[in-house]
Every structure is written in C-alpha cells, then in structure tokens.
Ligand binder design. Structure first.
Ligand code: GDP
Length: 325
C-alpha cells in the first residue's frame, strides 16, 4: 500500500525532475536568446559612443539619457576605458559626470572597470550588456574614448556606432577621422550653440564630405552627420530619431540580426583566445621557458617565430595543463 508520504515524495521528485530538465535546456541555449525575446531584440537600441576627451560625451549622455527616460525608456550607460588604469585619467561613466542621470531610477550607469587587460575589461563589458538586455534596459550606450583601439572592439558589441565631435579641427581630429569614421553610423557634432554654431556647421560639412569616401558597410543605411547642443538640448530628439531610423532600417532588411549573430561568433572566439592565452601562460613547462625565450628574442639570438614555435612545442609536449581560472 502506498502511504501518503510516499505519494508526496514521488510528486516532489517529478517536480524536481521537470525543473532540472528546464535548467539543462536553458543552459544549452545561447545566453542572449535565452533571456531576451525577439520582440525585445527588435526594440533594443545598443549603441557605442565615442569621441575625443572634451567633446562633451558626458554632457551629451546626460541630456540624451534624460530625454529618453522622460520618454519612458530604460537607459544603461556602460563604459570601456582601458586607458584609465594606466593614465589615471577621468573615468568614463563616472557618476559625478552625469549627476542628473545617475539619480534617475530608470537609468543605470556603470563606470569603466579599472583593472585587468583590454580583453578582460571588454569581456566584462560585453557580459554587462547581455545582463542589461535581460534586465529590461532598452537603450544601452557604451561609452569609450576615441583614442585607442577600444572603439573597434566596442563596434563588435553594439548595433550602431556614434561618433561625437566638438566643433574644432586640428591634427588630433584628422587622425581620429580616418579610423573611426569608417565604423561610424552617425556623426554628432556637439556644442552647436552660441559662438560655436558657425564652426559646428563647418565641421558638419567636413564630416559629410569625409563620409563620402568611406566604403559603405550597409546597403540600407548611409551614415549621417547631425548637429546638437547638449547644453540647450537642441538636436537631441533628432539624434534619437536617427538612431531609431538606423535600427528600423537595418532590422527590416535583416542586416541587424545578421550583425548580432556575427558578433556572437566573434565573441565566442574572443573568449577562446583569452582562455587559451591563460592556459598557455599557466602551463608549467611553458612558464619555465617564457622568460628565457623573451630574453633571447630581445637580444636578437632567436627570431620571434622560432621562439614562439619552441614555446608552442613545449605546450603540446605535456598533456598536463592547469585550469585557466
Ligand atoms: P567629455 O570629456 O567628452 O566627457 O566632455 P564633457 O562632457 O566633460 O564636456 C567638456 C566641456 O564641454 C564641458 O565644459 C562642457 O560644459 C562643455 N560642453 C559639453 N557639451 C556642450 C554643448 O553642447 N555646448 C557647449 N557650449 N559646451 C558644451
């Protein structure tokens, strides 16, 4: 005879099994697909924002972010600033630079991680993006300084790339233009107010013609140049209009979905690369040889290729490898 306790135990066991199956299923799904539905993905706006120091990035994000939260959006601001750990410069995403937005219940600001390698910092930012998507933030801005290679890494994390420039020329801007304009989907000339307005118009014309020489990356979107003032807020709604225009066009054509899928593949390889390098460096016999090989390469006794081959042979010799974590 089955007792009441036995009956209850068997129902609990069935329930546990169902839960375990669901957990197993979830762990096999891609993280982003598991958390975010297609409808949410369609409405999601993930943009990288870069620009030289002093261009007005934090002032713009504060004005733009407030405009969005006032319109009912949830905004996350994440930062990638690999230089801050070495230069001690001002932190991107620092809450004191965006006082109003940081007090806003519908905004989340995450300062840039200050320690770790470029790869590590970026990996954590990429994971933070996925978490923000899951937490219901529908606008995610990733801020970076347009001086290193970080903006190119960020371009692999976001849907569109926004370049913010001040109304001033100079060598620094020339150099900036060359590389970043190639990944920019929207150029925003900031500080288009007061005495700076004529200069802002000139810079807008310069960028518009610079963009004509850039190889198009999209069939449906032509990069635009607009003027805004983060102080008077003029042009802020237009910036949002352009961003949603980009999203709608690229989503409807299937380009955006394909881009996100490709980015997942890039990040899979980024993770593998990071872990492999860690494994390699922690391998006992490789560790013993690294200093000597580096020294010999620097003294010119051996070519970099031969040294790398010797280290890789050492790594392959013993199957015993330590855990990267
Ligand atoms: P960031 O280094 O790129 O984050 O630049 P900030 O946001 O700190 O701005 C640098 C300076 O430019 C500050 O003194 C701001 O007040 C000023 N600034 C930012 N946006 C505007 C703008 O739209 N118009 C004017 N006139 N000044 C601005």
């Amino acid at each position: 005879m089955i007792t009441d306790i036995e009956r209850r135990c068997s129902s609990v066991l069935i329930l546990v099994n169902v839960l375990l199956e669901q957990v197993a299923e979830l762990s096999q799904t891609d993280c982003t697909d598991g958390i975010v539905t297609t409808h949410q993905r369609l409405l999601l706006e993930k943009a990288g924002l870069t620009g030289p120091p002093g261009a007005g990035k934090s002032t713009f994000i504060e004005a733009f972010g407030k405009f969005l939260t006032d319109s009912g959006h949830k905004v996350a601001v994440l930062a990638v600033d690999p230089s801050s750990s070495t230069t001690g410069g001002s932190l991107l995403g620092d809450k004191t630079r965006m006082p109003e937005l940081s007090r806003d219940m519908n905004a989340y600001i995450r300062p840039s991680p200050t320690s770790g390698t470029l790869g590590g910092v970026n990996r954590r930012t990429n994971e933070a993006i996925v978490l923000c998507e899951g937490a219901g933030y529908d606008v995610i801005l990733v801020e970076t300084v347009g001086v290193g290679q970080s903006e190119f890494v960020v371009a692999d994390m976001v849907d569109m790339f926004v370049l913010l420039v001040p109304p001033a020329g100079g060598d620094e801007l020339q150099a900036l233009k060359k590389g970043i304009v190639e990944v920019a989907d929207l150029v925003v000339v900031n500080k288009a107010d007061g005495d700076l307005l004529p200069a802002a118009r000139r810079i807008q014309a310069e960028y518009t013609s610079a963009l004509k020489f850039v190889r198009p990356r999209s069939v449906v979107w032509k990069p635009r140049v607009i003027r805004v003032s983060s102080l008077t807020k003029e042009g802020i709604p237009k910036a949002w209009d352009r961003m949603t225009g980009f999203r709608n066009k690229t989503w409807n054509s299937g380009e955006l979905d394909m881009k996100r899928r490709r980015q997942h593949r890039v990040w899979m390889w980024n993770h593998i690369q990071d872990s492999m390098i860690k494994l390699f460096r922690q391998h006992p016999s490789v560790q013993r040889l690294i200093d000597r090989m580096e020294d010999r390469v620097m003294r010119g006794e051996i070519t970099p290729g031969a040294a790398a081959d010797a280290l890789l042979r050492e790594f392959q010799k013993s199957p015993k490898t330590s855990n990267p974590e």
